[in-house]
Design a protein around this ligand. Structure first.
Ligand code: NCD
Length: 358
């Protein structure tokens, strides 16, 4: 296994993502990550193991005895939630996941309340957190920061794992895990995820959840991907290149109704206007044809599902909310279970939970 202590930051940074994977693995973890930084660390085998572990944790947690067993699994560990970008679900579901496993937690939710405001570097802040905690769950507007911090920590006297809870416009690997978990669960008694069609709609250019999930879907057989967006917000070239290189069947479109008719899952996203270079730029784009409402609902197949990483604005009409195919609420709760599974696996507790008596 490759080690982060044996490669310079410059050499590591310049590797293609797939070649970075071995440097980030959990020793003895059979392909499970130690640092979770991007979607390219996951293949079908570790995805299936994480989904099975999430199902197991979900089941064990149903009884009081089971819940108490889980609360003891990581009661000797502490997690730092370091979020310097807004978050509701990602923050709370990681927090709840830590609580299920009995971890105590600390948090910074606004860099203005930490010493970074006084000019401290990210490196020094992370070293500070690692003095008091055993894992850092971090969200940052900066692309690649979680990677740099993982390298720094692995090369420090207190190496602890980093979970990337969203990095800039780039990656959101744990969101993609919960999206895959939701898809796998939705189709588990209906022939599985292989051979399905997934449509992404909205701001595909700047949505990090899209990049991460599009990659994870390539681990499944014959999953066709359709990208529906206004031209200005279409899927970026790097995502298209990965799909083309892997021989994935995909289509770029501007017709949500057409795509809905042939899709097993429609993954809606909001316009990410916080990245506009001039305030109000996004409002000049005509997004009226990229909203899911009653007409799209009528075209959606009986077993198909509607997903959204949330928060939503008006891209899914609230009239869809009570339809059994609206999966976004369950998707949100799935985040807690898959994150608990990932955290437990990161600390090497996968097999003990899988094989416990509950
Ligand atoms: C997403 C994000 O932060 O990238 N939200 C989330 O984590 N559930 C999507 C978004 O903000 O639109």
């Amino acid at each position: 296994m490759a080690k982060l202590t044996e490669i310079s930051w410059e050499a590591f940074e310049s590797l293609p993502l797939e070649e970075k994977k071995p440097y980030l693995e959990l020793p003895g973890g059979d392909g499970m990550p130690y640092h979770t930084l991007f979607a390219q660390q996951f293949d079908r085998a570790n995805l299936e193991r994480l989904c099975a572990l999430a199902n197991r944790i979900r089941f064990i947690n149903k009884s009081k005895e089971g819940a108490l067993y889980l609360k003891n699994v990581l009661s000797h560990k502490r997690a730092m939630l370091y979020f310097s970008q807004p978050s509701s679900r990602t923050f709370l579901s990681h927090l709840a996941a830590c609580q299920i496993l009995g971890m105590t937690t600390g948090s910074v939710r606004d860099a203005a309340t930490s010493s970074e405001f006084k000019g401290e570097s990210h490196e020094d802040s992370i070293r500070t957190f690692s003095s008091y905690f055993d894992m850092i769950i971090m969200r940052s507007p900066e692309r690649g920061l979680a990677e740099k911090m993982a390298w720094e920590l692995s090369n420090s006297e207190r190496p602890i794992p980093i979970l990337n809870a969203g990095s800039g416009k780039d990656q959101h690997p744990t969101q993609a895990l919960l999206d895959i978990y939701t898809l796998v669960r939705s189709f588990e008694n209906k022939g599985g995820l292989d051979g399905r069609t997934v449509t992404f709609c909205g701001d595909l250019m700047r949505g990090r959840t899209v990049r991460s999930l599009s990659y994870l879907l390539t681990n499944f057989k014959n999953v066709r991907q359709i990208f529906v967006a206004p031209q200005e917000l279409q899927v970026p070239a790097d995502v298209v290149m990965i799909l083309a290189k892997k021989g994935i069947d995909f289509e770029v479109s501007d017709n949500l109704k057409e795509a809905t008719r042939v899709s097993d899952a429609v993954y809606m996203t909001r316009i990410q206007d916080e990245w506009d270079s001039a305030k109000g730029d996004s409002s000049k784009i005509d997004t009226s044809n990229f909203k899911f409402g009653p007409e799209e609902l009528a075209l959606l197949g009986p077993d198909a599902i509607i997903m959204h990483p949330l928060p939503r604005r008006d891209e899914i009409s609230t009239c869809c909310d009570h339809d059994p195919r609206a999966m976004y609420w369950r998707q949100m709760r799935n985040g807690m279970w898959i994150r608990a599974a990932l955290i437990a696996a990161t600390f090497g507790f996968e097999s003990s939970i899988m094989n416990c008596g509950y």
